[in-house]
Design a protein around this ligand. Sequence first.
Ligand code: PEP
Ligand code: MN
Length: 340
Amino acid sequence: MIVVMNKSASSGDINKVKEQIQHLGYKPHNVRFQSSASDANLKQKNQNSGKQIEDLPGVVDILEDSPQEKLSSRNHRKENTLVTVGDVVFGDGNAVMIAGPCAVESRDQVIETAQRVQESGAQVLRGGAFKPRTSPYSFQGLGERGLALLAEARELTGLPIVTEAVDQDSARLVAQYADMIQIGARNMQNFSLLEEVGQLGKPVMLKRGMSATLKETLLSAEYIMSNGCSDVVVCERGIRTFSRHSRNTLDLGFIPAFKAESHLPVIVDPSHASGRHDSVMPLAYAALSVGADGIMVDVHGHPEHAKVDGFQAILPDEFAEMMANLKAIANVLHRNIGSL
Ligand code: PEP
Ligand code: MN
């Protein structure tokens, strides 16, 4: 339910409405609509259940039975949302290139990789300091030391950094160091984590869960947005299917379908989607072709020694080759890729 308040409603009026909403068993969210909420889809007024709220001072209208995807939907906002990370913009028609190791392993590794990918046109550095691992016995990441190494790499290269938070504590720490907070596929429906990152004042990259529908993905974005963060970039990273030739199946159809439903930028991670280095380049070309607002790839100088996901990492030289080919495809599409 959306309670539309008068612009001149006092904070006392707003608090009374919030109390009543809580009394009815719901959680109130303060939301400032950028465009009119009087869209036909939202305006199905139910006279009964809003009764206890609609007579309160300052209330203009009660919109019930509205779609659940309120803030993330194109019904709510027609224009594409632009998400700015450092001085990089997602959603303006150009494709943002994000690259770096799956996990931060050492100072040399992260700094060398950052320098190499930047030379080849990457605009954002990735690297996990907190790693959600399937096995408790696998490398779990360097934690805060990893975040400090990423910050040092940013200092040296100027690349803004995106890194994953796995719980509320790590989210607060990540927010102190990173330019963008990543929510991994496994945590896409960790709703308390989503609520926390929505309040941290940093842009969020939300990875699609490995069996999440488009609607479920949007509702997860909604958790972040309704907590105050409108800067959400969604990432398609492959879904679980019966196929066994790759780790996951990259759902390229998700990209145009998502763009039809939502104004948020959507990017593709061909590394985690395929799990194999020989598929990363062709899938990246496909991602650009279907209109992704960005591409995120794992790059490692010595994949055979990588602590995490070495098989899917491409070499810095391969990254450079891939960027040159992406540039050619981008030219045909009248788009730009990375900083090239
Ligand atoms: C990652 O990007 O490092 C990662 C763990 O990806 P996902 O959450 O998509 O598996
Ligand atoms: Mn990984």
